[in-house]
Write a protein that binds this ligand. Structure first.
Ligand code: FAD
Length: 383
């Protein structure tokens, strides 16, 4: 067992950290305030090959390994959690199903533009009645005269307002539950496809979260991903991978909270001493650091298992990584505010933003309760 990063992974980590310190961190508070989509960050990340991290060079991807991908999302999120989730949703949720289930034509047409960041992608399974239970999907797709006709509304879609390409689930066989779901690729500008309400959120405010509306939206027959009825399988495969991205985002936020808390605790004087000299503060720092280290190990292990390409090997670990890292992130941000005292509760310092940003990692791409369900199902089936 080797706990060291490879030279290449170490280099990726250092480069991303420098980039995040120089370009992301200084503007994160402003983006949080204005809720503007951070186009300039995404443009630079596209040029750096971060919008198609693990995909082959023949589709303009960077062909890196999954551990490097986790490191990238972690380091970007350490600087700006909104940028972290934009990159994660794009890479993990939109590009992944096209890469793993698309035809060669679909990969050439869509992946090649998405990997460079020229196009942004989004992924839509959630609907008002289909949250944790994807089988509750009511958006339909009917094949009529050689075209799929989509009707329905997707909710809470990350990158929804800015995406050039959406991959979404729809029911193609009514009454068949999750076996009646299929997956489709829809391009921005297709008649009948529009962006609905933009959500006002607690955190990750620079990321776009919107409805996607399909109103007799006609797409070519070849825009189905995989075969009819494979939508649920594709969605679950995609989410297993996505959970590594969210675990990495949570980890980055947690690390940022620890960094801020330690620096502040050494500067803040009370009772004529830095507060870092008080055991109460030291114990909080110890707990934060320990949970972060455990979250990092789980996340990198999940990412390494993903690299094997065998879903049965990484599904449980991806869920464990997401569950643990998201809760560690919440705990770390909570303790960071405690260490900052009243100042931590104000917008003057970044820890209140980290607290707000961390919260969503326990919800999207499967709530903590659903992660416990996935983990326990896997564990029970192992016996
Ligand atoms: C900012 C943001 C971005 C998002 N981005 C995307 C995106 O890009 N694409 C997309 O498709 N979706 C996206 N989502 C949706 C997100 O994945 C869902 O919100 C999440 O899966 C939970 O679904 P829900 O909100 O309907 O909650 P519900 O499913 O209604 O859950 C409510 C509560 O019940 C619990 N619960 C539900 N079922 C069970 C069960 N069987 N056992 C135990 N507890 C259960 C849940 O854990 C939760 O605590 C996003 C959401 C947000 C807020």
């Amino acid at each position: 067992m080797d706990f060291n990063l490879t030279d290449e992974q170490q280099m990726v980590k250092e480069n991303c950290r420098r980039f995040a310190e120089k370009y992301l961190k200084p503007k994160a508070a402003e983006y949080d305030k204005t809720h503007e989509f951070p186009w300039e960050n995404i443009k630079m990340l596209g040029e750096m090959g971060m919008m198609g991290v693990v995909y082959p060079e023949k589709y303009n991807g960077s062909e890196m390994d999954y551990v490097s991908y986790a490191i990238i999302v972690e380091e970007l999120s350490r600087g700006c959690a909104s940028t972290g989730v934009i990159v994660s949703a794009h890479n993990s949720l939109c590009l992944s199903p096209i890469y793993y289930f698309g035809t060669e034509e679909q990969k050439n047409k869509y992946l090649s533009k998405l990997t460079t960041g020229e196009w942004i992608g989004c992924f839509g399974i959630t609907e008002s009645g289909a949250g944790s239970d994807a089988a509750g999907t009511t958006t339909t797709a009917e094949l009529k005269n050689g075209k799929w006709v989509l009707n329905g509304t997707k909710n809470f879609i990350t990158n929804g307002g800015v995406a050039h390409v959406a991959v979404v689930t729809a029911v193609t066989e009514k009454g068949a539950g999750h076996k009646g779901l299929s997956f489709f690729i829809i391009e921005k500008g297709t008649p009948g496809f529009s962006v609905g309400k933009t959500e006002e959120k607690l955190g990750i405010n620079a990321s776009s979260t919107t409805e996607l509306i399909f109103d007799n939206c006609e797409i070519p027959e070849e825009n189905i991903l995989g075969k009819p009825g494979e939508g649920f399988k594709i969605a679950m495969h995609t989410l297993d991978g996505g959970r590594i991205g969210i675990a990495a985002q949570a980890l980055g936020i947690a690390q940022a909270a620890l960094d801020e808390a330690v620096i502040y605790s050494k500067e803040r004087i009370q009772f004529k001493k830095p507060i870092s000299s008080f055991q109460a503060i030291q114990w909080m720092i110890a707990d934060m650091a320990t949970e972060i280290e455990a979250a990092r190990l789980l996340t990198y292990k999940g990412a390494a298992l993903m690299g094997t390409g065998e879903r049965r090997k990484y599904s449980k670990n991806a869920a464990m990584a997401k569950l643990f890292a998201s809760e560690a992130s919440h705990h770390a941000a909570h303790k960071a505010i405690q260490i900052f005292g009243g100042y931590g509760y104000t917008r003057e310092y970044p820890v209140e933003r980290l607290y707000r940003d961390a919260r969503i990692t326990e919800i999207y791409e499967g709530t903590s309760e659903i992660m416990r369900l996935v983990i326990s199902n896997n564990v029970i089936n192992e016996y």
